[in-house]
Write a protein that binds this ligand. Structure first.
Ligand SMILES: Cc1cc2nc3c(=O)[nH]c(=O)nc-3n(C[C@H](O)[C@H](O)[C@H](O)COP(=O)(O)O)c2cc1C
Length: 218
């Protein structure tokens, strides 16, 4: 598979088959993804992997953790500006339209949101952490690592969904893995084979045109 094919084929997949994934495959993907660049070659990513029985145990653990938690960070800036705000709104509405969940049905929308905490049925997942000492440059390195991993997953026939939703459950996740205090969570990534029948998986999100985000000076 060409890189450009993997980039085009990767989409956030939000319904999975329960087809198991061998640990070895996940290990190989992580090994290959570790070739992602990072400023100063700091390699600030720290990864916790869930697969097989551990996924089942983790889901039980999530069900047992009901105390409110302080989110690790604000996912979006307060008063997100245009055009970002509309872009965020649009992808959500496009997704709910495919799921036939209207705006008024808040209960159904919340239940759908809660699917994040089941990894949308994916049999495997990773959590990406970094040291609390790290700043914006290293956080961007985490993005490099994750996109590399997601493209490699695509090449291996797997689908993914990055999930910053998990930043709202930092203690739930950290207590399961016994994550050291000096690390902070960035996101989870659901990994599995997409359910081809699930309407939500037909979502193709919009993109700005090059003219909207790039400035060429001649
Ligand atoms: C770092 C990161 C975190 C994300 N967190 C979530 C999430 O918590 N839940 C979710 O359903 N999608 C999440 N997404 C998926 C985005 O909504 C998605 O990438 C965007 O709408 C573009 O769609 P595409 O990935 O299908 O191209 C996340 C994506 C990234 C890169």
């Amino acid at each position: 598979m060409q890189v450009s094919e993997a980039v085009k084929a990767r989409r956030s997949i939000r319904a999975y088959l329960d087809t198991p994934i061998p640990d070895e495959l996940l290990k190989t993907l992580l090994e290959k993804a570790s070739r992602a660049p990072s400023g100063g070659n700091v390699q600030p990513w720290r990864v916790y992997v869930l697969n097989g029985d551990a996924m089942d145990r983790f889901k039980r653990h999530v069900g047992e953790c009901s105390e409110p938690e302080t989110p690790a960070y604000d996912i979006y800036p307060n008063k997100l500006k245009e055009p970002y705000r509309t872009s965020r709104f649009k992808v959500g509405e496009d997704m709910y339209a495919l799921l036939k969940i209207p705006r008024e049905d808040r209960g159904a929308r919340i239940r759908r949101l809660m699917e994040n905490y089941k990894f949308f049925g994916a049999p495997a997942a990773i959590f990406c952490y970094t040291d609390k000492q790290m700043g914006p440059p290293q956080w961007s390195d985490l993005g490099m690592f994750l996109q590399t991993l997601m493209l490699l997953a695509q090449e291996a026939g797997l689908d993914t969904c990055a999930q910053e939703a998990w930043s709202s459950r930092p203690e739930t996740v950290a207590s399961f893995f016994d994550v050291p205090q000096e690390l902070t969570i960035f996101c989870g990534v659901a990994i599995g084979y997409k359910d081809p029948e699930a309407p939500v998986n037909s979502l193709v999100s919009d993109r700005q045109g090059v003219g909207e985000f790039a400035t060429f000076v001649r």
